[in-house]
Design a protein around this ligand. Sequence first.
Ligand SMILES: [Zn+2]
Ligand SMILES: [Zn+2]
Length: 278
Amino acid sequence: MRVECARCGADNGLLVKAAGDYAVAERCTCRSPCPHCRDAGYHFKADARGYEVAVACECQKLERRARLFNQAKLPARYHAATLQSFQNTDAAKNQIRYEAYQFTNVYQPGARGILFYGPCGTGKTHLLIGILRHLVLRLGCPVRFVEFMHLLSDLRATFGDAGSAEQVMAPLVEVPVLAVDELGKGRGSEWELQVLDELISKRYNAGRTTLFTSNYLPNENGLPDRVGERIYSRLVEMCEFKYMSGDDYRRMLADQGDGGRKASAPGRNPRTMPGPRT
Ligand SMILES: [Zn+2]
Ligand SMILES: [Zn+2]
């Protein structure tokens, strides 16, 4: 059941907003101290034999989820993006949203991921964020979002220092669910592909769930070309491919008067074609 705080608008005890570059979550503290534990963090409950035992309070669970959410590094501009807020009149896209819901409903650690592909502005990143948000806020699952180009610039900023590069990569390798946005973007240099290969191979070997978006189609001159056959065949094993088609999603939001999300320069719009059967 959904409970909204009348004072701060928090949804199920957590308020999500944009702060700087990232979306952040805070626990609603409008009823302070906590009415259940008076901020002790636990309360006593009778167990099956009638003994009083200390159990962690719900407020602690919310604190933990807010902490995990803040480690996910979701971009601020998507702070309001949820699976519910992905409104679309396109039947094919609604079907994909439904499948994204299904993914979160049956999610188990190590579950096969999803790769959303299709033209710019079709809502791929929105769905990606919606999935992460659901996993972290509803299930308490640690997740992390990274834009591939940002990862590259973070690595460049280490100036080849192996220890610092490891500090950038390790959390991405180890998080139970990683979402990589804009796969295939970049110059495709040998170094860039090495970075991608390291990340994907380590997650693949550890059997961890990874989600992606890409503007490139899985066809000739598309994604396999951008990332190389070796990485591509891993992607096919790790993910179900889902094609996002339709009208320019950002333009549609702008037309509806929701101009909050800035439309990016028109990108390459690859010709529409069916996705691979996986
Ligand atoms: Zn509140
Ligand atoms: Zn409490």
